[in-house]
Design a protein around this ligand. Structure first.
Ligand SMILES: *[C@@H]1O[C@H](CO)[C@@H](O)[C@H](O)[C@H]1NC(C)=O
Ligand SMILES: *[C@@H]1O[C@H](CO)[C@@H](O)[C@H](O)[C@H]1NC(C)=O
Ligand SMILES: *[C@@H]1O[C@H](CO)[C@@H](O)[C@H](O)[C@H]1NC(C)=O
Ligand SMILES: *[C@@H]1O[C@H](CO)[C@@H](O)[C@H](O)[C@H]1NC(C)=O
Ligand SMILES: *[C@@H]1O[C@H](CO)[C@@H](O)[C@H](O)[C@H]1NC(C)=O
Ligand SMILES: *[C@@H]1O[C@H](CO)[C@@H](O)[C@H](O)[C@H]1NC(C)=O
Ligand SMILES: *[C@@H]1O[C@H](CO)[C@@H](O)[C@H](O)[C@H]1NC(C)=O
Ligand SMILES: *[C@@H]1O[C@H](CO)[C@@H](O)[C@H](O)[C@H]1NC(C)=O
Length: 476
């Protein structure tokens, strides 16, 4: 009897340990991606931006101060999902155009597929932008249990059209609505949280449309910023505020439904801010589409009430977009697949350890013929960094978005000391040939592994007119 009792207790202890182990190894993970949010467009960098919910989480968690993304959407998103640098998947040049037969190749097993094997439920709500010319490239064929969103780069927030095609779906079916996308996405995220069983780990990927152009936001949000004279900046600020309110609503459901204690919230932008449509990256140089800091240094944080052992500080450890892949797997207790570029920085995020990333390759683009690499201190760039080469002030009262003259004649080789000069004002290449050589060697090492960018011409077969006016799979 006594024997049986102790065996039972032993069994219960083991069972408890087992359950506890599983729970603690598989937190719910909410991965929020803001679109086109610039460095100077978050409240932890400027007082002019209002985002109370995100601000509270950022300051209560860990602000990631050296978290790099790619200069544009598809490349960053391909890295988030695949764990590879875009120059290893052929997606390093520009973004996937709606009419291009381009995609993140299906040979890559992506984040939700790995998480499903660990027992996660996986949902995406928002922008995909990793290809749709064949169903096999779309979310519900790549490990997501459900998808509500759009495939293309940018579209009308209400009409959900991009040029001559409609693009809004629930799983594979067209969802016909004229509601502001943020409201649809927020309702869907809440619905997932209220219908999902809390005991099953959840991966919720929330790549919102906000705050990408076109600048559209319900008037109540814009009106909050009546003091901002510039129309673009006023609307943009309203769009940021609306995004924040949506995040706040979703966080409240996480709390109310009892998820929060077992959740990790990760937040990042996908690229630097486009200065032509209301965004700002000061004090950084350049903008979205460039390999300057203003195009690649991303606003990001991680928050969790329970999984972070060091909080309320800014971490300066290096990170790259591909590391989100491995870090999310690390947080979920999934082994990092061999060969991926992404590093598991969960120890850095949860314990405050130093980053294991020593260098970031910003890009190796054989079509723009530019490339850049940084280590813990220095950044080396080759070629033309892009179309936006200067420091863009906040748009002025007169409505000009680019009131400064451009810089066109740049040297082919530029070196910056980012510790002393995070704004990339002083090219010190000539004075430091040995550093230039060392970083050139590192970049050449990576260049040997790069594959050519895949950037096909638009395919007339893609025309939405062939598919009832809807951007649809079935032409590649
Ligand atoms: C989308 O797929 C999920 C998982 O199969 C399912 O639960 C959901 O009902 C589907 N939604 C639609 C609109 O088909
Ligand atoms: C959506 O359609 C409207 C009306 O046809 C058009 O004016 C607008 O430019 C389209 N929007 C986008 C983003 O393509
Ligand atoms: C959506 O519904 C409206 C009104 O019923 C219709 O005119 C329009 O063609 C529909 N759009 C799509 C993409 O199905
Ligand atoms: C969440 O964790 C806190 C701190 O450990 C605890 O006080 C609270 O009761 C927990 N809430 C739930 C819903 O488990
Ligand atoms: C974040 O990075 C910027 C730019 O390098 C630097 O000036 C700032 O001190 C860093 N913040 C913290 C809190 O370390
Ligand atoms: C965080 O630190 C603790 C204590 O040193 C250690 O047991 C744990 O493995 C670390 N977490 C990660 C993800 O490395
Ligand atoms: C972490 O980085 C800091 C600053 O670079 C360095 O001083 C420290 O020695 C590092 N700690 C470990 C454990 O490597
Ligand atoms: C590409 O860039 C490299 C390094 O900056 C330069 O040596 C080369 O001449 C460039 N090639 C072309 C075709 O512009």
């Amino acid at each position: 009897m006594a024997m049986r009792g102790s065996r039972l207790i032993m069994f219960l202890v083991l069972l408890y340990t087992y359950i506890d182990y599983n729970v603690s190894q598989s937190p719910h993970i909410i991965f929020i991606v803001a679109d086109d949010l610039g460095w100077n467009d978050v409240s932890w960098h400027t007082d002019e931006i209002l985002m109370p919910n995100l601000d509270t989480m950022a300051r209560a968690g860990v602000i990631l101060n050296n978290s790099y993304v790619q200069p544009m959407c598809s490349p960053s998103r391909s890295a988030f999902m695949s764990g590879y640098f875009p120059f290893h998947t052929g997606l390093q040049h520009d973004v996937i155009g709606a009419s291009q037969a381009n995609f993140l190749e299906s040979k890559y097993k992506i984040l939700p597929q790995y998480l499903k094997e660990k027992g996660y439920a996986t949902h995406i709500v928002g922008k995909w932008h990793l290809g749709f010319c064949n169903w096999k490239y779309t979310p519900t064929y790549r490990g997501f249990d459900s998808y509500l969103g759009y495939y293309v780069a940018a579209e009308d927030y209400y009409q959900h059209n991009a040029s001559n095609g409609y693009d809004f779906r629930f799983n594979t079916s067209v969802l016909n609505t004229t509601e502001y996308s943020l409201d649809v996405f927020t309702r869907r995220a809440k619905e997932i949280l209220t219908t999902h069983s809390i005991n099953t780990p959840l991966f919720l990927y929330l790549p919102f449309q906000n705050v990408h152009a076109p600048l559209e936001v319900p008037e109540i949000y814009e009106k909050k910023f009546a003091n901002i004279q510039n129309r673009n900046r006023r609307q943009y600020s309203g769009m940021v505020y609306a995004l924040d309110e949506a995040v706040g609503q979703i966080m409240k459901v996480l709390d109310d439904q009892g998820y929060m204690n077992n959740s990790v919230i990760m937040f990042t932008t996908d690229n630097g801010g486009p200065v032509v449509s209301g965004a700002n990256n000061l004090p950084l140089r350049g903008a979205k589409t460039t390999i300057w800091e203003g195009g690649t240094r991303g606003a990001a944080f991680v928050y969790s009430p329970t999984y972070l052992h060091k909080t309320q500080y800014t971490h300066n450890g290096l990170m790259h977009a591909a590391d989100w892949f491995s870090t999310i797997l690390g947080a979920a207790g999934v082994d990092i697949p061999d060969g991926v570029d992404g590093l598991n920085l969960w120890d850095m995020m949860s314990n405050g350890s130093n980053s294991t990333r020593q260098e970031v390759v910003h890009n190796i683009d054989d079509m723009y013929n530019n490339s850049a690499i940084r280590d813990s201190r220095y950044k080396l760039m080759f070629g033309n960094p892009g179309r936006y080469n200067t420091w863009y002030p906040l748009p002025g009262v007169d409505g000009l978005c680019q009131p400064v003259s451009e810089i066109t004649d740049l040297p082919d080789v530029q070196l910056f000391d980012l510790l002393e000069d995070p704004g990339e004002h002083y090219n010190i290449a000539d004075q430091n040939p040995h550093i230039v050589q060392r970083l050139t060697d590192r970049l050449n090492f990576y260049k040997k592994t790069a594959i050519p960018a895949r950037y096909p011409k638009g395919d007339p077969e893609s025309n939405p007119d062939n598919f009832g006016g809807v951007w649809s799979p079935g032409w590649c």
